[in-house]
Design a protein around this ligand. Structure first.
Ligand SMILES: C[S@@+](CC[C@H](N)C(=O)[O-])C[C@H]1O[C@@H](n2cnc3c(N)ncnc32)[C@H](O)[C@@H]1O
Length: 199
């Protein structure tokens, strides 16, 4: 009822309004649309300044990764540092393993929470990955970061391996460590074993 009234008024506006009003209407709509697009670009741009920009991993690649490089077990607990829209968490959850994601961008956290509603073994936190205390049962960490952050992320995984006093597998997408040798590589993925350091 209400929608039909709105659409009727819209049609009447187009039939009756003078040409100048049409111009004004389209100009305003265009400005609003450009404003919204601009706001989205600025919003995501601010997060890109603080770390790797949001670029999601591809589901097909993830399926290959968890088949060929790091076969998932139900007992696994995977941490995705900078979990974006939750695509990695979803693939892990679909394999029956546990996963935790942490992400700076609240919009992406909301999207992840919505897409993971059906999966009970997943957690997504809003926050800075460098402040995350890994859960005790963490088995592997997945990172699709960028070159600027790699060393800092690697140190973070090392710190957590020391704190938990256990070896943690570290899967990096696209970036290779200068410090550690990969135990295995597959396509653009590198797998490392980060062992606790002795004092
Ligand atoms: C390249 S995307 C990867 C997203 C997801 N891991 C995937 O593979 O699809 C990197 C993500 O890390 C997030 N990020 C960057 N720095 C971060 C930080 N310090 N703490 C938490 N998230 C961060 C970005 O907002 C972005 O969504």
């Amino acid at each position: 009822m209400i929608t039909s009234k709105i659409s009727n008024s819209f049609i009447l506006f187009h039939l009756r309004a003078p040409k100048g009003a049409h111009f004004l209407f389209y100009n305003c709509s265009m400005n609003i649309a450009l404003g919204i697009i601009g706001a989205i670009i600025v919003f995501f741009g601010i997060f890109a300044l603080t770390g790797a920009p949001y670029v999601p991993s591809r589901k097909k690649e993830l399926e290959l990764l968890f088949k060929n490089l790091y076969p998932l077990k139900a007992s696994d607990h995977i941490i995705d540092l900078g979990s974006g829209d939750g695509v990695v968490l979803k693939v892990v959850a679909e394999h029956g393993a546990h996963c935790t994601g942490i992400e700076l961008n609240p919009v992406l956290v909301l999207i992840s929470k919505l897409r993971l509603l059906r999966h009970k073994n997943t957690r997504v936190k809003l926050g800075d990955m460098y402040g995350l205390k890994f859960p005790e049962d963490t088995s592997a960490v997945y990172v699709f970061g960028d070159g600027r952050d790699f060393n800092r992320i690697e140190r973070k995984v090392q710190t957590e391996a020391n704190r938990l006093n256990k070896a943690i597998s570290f899967i990096s997408y696209g970036f290779e460590s200068k410090k550690n040798k990969p135990t295995k590589t597959y396509r653009a993925y590198f797998l490392y074993k980060i062992r606790p350091e002795k004092n």
